[in-house]
Design a protein around this ligand. Structure first.
Ligand code: G6P
Length: 368
């Protein structure tokens, strides 16, 4: 059951391993043969989606990172401009809301004080409608939103969010496909994405089998005080999420940068004491990423790269490589999250921290 760890040492590890099943649950009943089922967002969703001219996404913590990934997807496949903001900032500024703006909140718990306050603030500002993507049925956020999409991850006990994040991403890809459909996204693109989504639970299961190799990498971090995560495009938010996981449970200071910004500051920090973790899926930014990695190597930085098996990145002095199976480019952010979750988990176990209940943090921050 949800309240027991079963054979796992921690809830976090159990929840990481539940991801193939819960991602399948998040997709259940929401995909047609070649496109998303728009009606799974509610009977009025299609009429409403036709009127959407832009989207504001608001969330906190890990949920905010999911929103950042969605911006890349929604702009690329649905052609809708997107803004993403943390709730604690959004709720205190004079937000300008253009006509036809959909307000989207993301929350595992549906009870995060700032996110809830942002929704209440937004309700007074003339949005087209509000959509909550949430994991807890009957939560405040769900009750107070016009439309809801449940992420179906089941109870998440570990304070560091894992399966809630990847199911949020899955739900956001469904939103992208549903909006894309009403906005005229090409049928071939839609059906490719639908097929890729159907394969996702199996791919996730394959990546989880890399666990022993990732556990071996973790020994390189236990004595370190800092780490730098790099990613480009939709993998910049995945780098942010990787850094957040490491901070939350291993208490190692970690920062994430879009790899192209390296030379504008963080390169000054790189030396043999600063491990650099990078996600290198096979996309159009790969060559640029490779040259960023060379800049790190040239300064003696130790590299840990999670790379597509097809990109031909090989291990070398100072470069450890873990290969991931090939995946549809759009879904790579979901797949590349997994090794970062496992890495932070194993580093935390090595350091002996309280993995499921890290110091100073709460599962759900219900007061401001
Ligand atoms: C807390 C948790 C995080 C979570 C954030 C937002 O900080 O420790 O894991 O991402 O709240 O929570 P929500 O329930 O709104 O997704």
């Amino acid at each position: 059951g949800a309240a027991s760890k079963g054979d796992y040492r921690h809830f976090m590890l159990k929840e990481i391993h539940e991801q193939p099943a819960v991602i399948a649950a998040a997709l259940e009943g929401r995909l047609g043969e070649r496109s998303a089922l728009v009606e799974s967002f509610g009977p009025e969703a299609e009429t409403l989606f036709r009127q959407v001219r832009q989207i504001h996404i608001v969330a906190c913590g890990t949920s905010y990172h999911a929103g950042m990934v969605a911006r890349y997807w929604l702009e690329r496949y649905a052609g809708v401009p997107v803004q993403v903001e943390v709730a604690s900032e959004y709720r205190y500024r004079q937000v300008v809301v253009p006509e036809g703006t959909l307000f989207v909140t993301l929350s595992q718990s549906g009870e995060t004080a700032d996110t809830l306050a942002a929704l209440r603030f937004a309700r007074e500002r003339g949005y087209l409608a509000s959509l909550a993507i949430c994991n807890v049925p009957g939560s405040s956020l769900v009750r107070e939103s016009d439309l809801t999409l449940m992420t179906q991850a089941g109870p998440e006990i570990g304070v560091a969010s894992t399966k809630a994040f990847t199911t949020q991403l899955t739900a956001l890809m469904l939103l992208t496909l549903a909006l894309g459909k009403v906005k005229g996204l090409g049928e071939g693109v839609q059906s490719d994405l639908v097929s890729a989504l159907r394969c996702l639970p199996d791919l996730v299961a394959r990546v989880l089998k890399l666990d022993p190799a990732i556990e071996r990498l973790s020994t390189a971090f236990a004595e370190k005080h800092h780490a730098l995560f790099l990613g480009r495009g939709a993998h910049f938010p995945i780098a942010l999420e990787g850094a957040l996981k490491l901070k939350e449970i291993s208490y190692i200071h970690a920062e994430a940068y879009p790899a192209g910004e390296l030379k504008h500051g963080p390169l000054a920090l790189v030396d043999s004491e600063m491990p650099v973790i990078s996600v290198a899926p096979n996309d159009e930014l790969l060559d640029k990423l490779k040259s960023n990695l060379q800049e790190v190597r040239a300064r003696g930085g130790e590299l840990f790269v999670f790379a597509d098996e097809d990109v031909g990145l090989q291990e070398a002095e100072g470069i450890r490589v873990i290969h991931l199976p090939h995946v549809h480019e759009a879904l790579a952010p979901i797949l590349y999250t997994l090794p970062l979750q496992l890495l932070s988990y194993h580093v935390a176990v090595l350091k002996g921290t309280d993995v499921d209940q890290p110091r100073n943090l709460a599962k759900s921050v219900t007061v401001e």
